[in-house]
Ligand binder design. Sequence first.
Ligand code: HSE
Length: 298
Amino acid sequence: NEVKVFCPATIANLSCGFDVLGLCLDNVGDEMIVRKTAEKGIRITKIEGANLPLETEKNVAGVALLAMLEEVDADFGFEIEIYKHIKAGSGIGSSAASSAGAVFAANELLGNPFTRKELVKFAMQGEKLASGNAHADNVAPALLGGFTLVRSSNPLDIIKIDSPDELFATVIHPQIELKTSDARSVLKQTVSLKSAITQWGNVGGLIAGLYTQDYDLIGRSLHDEIVEPLRSVLIPGFDLIKQSALENGALGSGISGSGPSIFALSRGKATADKIAKGMSEVYDTMNLPYEIHVCKVN
Ligand code: HSE
């Protein structure tokens, strides 16, 4: 009558795949306990680690679960306890972790009426509450693991791609909060044909590289000339961190989700650790507080 879940952090966009690509981190995330209650409805009884609303309609986990309960007849209610470790506005999918965790756990308690892919559309409602936009590029990898491609969000068409065996991510989070809605407001609504061609060449290359475990191709494809130039100015030391990651052997580096976290992908843990050391030194020199994670993509 109780399910405890790990709600993983995620990296969305992955440079070339704005709003469509994401990956799941294996050791950074929140915890959530969801219990059956005799009384119907959803109650969020505890949130530790963050100052977030307990009201169901104002909480991303509550809203995601409400969307799910519209499609299934539960003869019991739910009580949710959330233990946040992912900071809001960090760029590694804090709201997605809560939204995905709630629907995943409730689905278990209901006897799994929905597939993981079907849960994505409910979790997206949490994202809509958090950022004003129901993007699926964090909730999809949080629910499915590995890499995910949102080929279409309406109708929803999500493809899960297994991660190459030796792929690691290094993520550094300068301790400032950047709201996704603010990071979206700096974007332009149109792109030039030239940039679009470059971008879809890279998206195709990245997907091909993942399927064939071609690390060099993955690296060649991790570029973004549409979103990164507009958002990177919001992130302290972005160019220096990226440069350091590339010098230390990263396949590629860019903004994690809507920032301010910066990610690098690499082949093998030793390289990922070396990148982490280099990135840390950059922020140490700038006297900027940060958190850093090295994770396997899983
Ligand atoms: N694709 C979204 C964005 C992810 O970049 O705005 C937000 O985490």
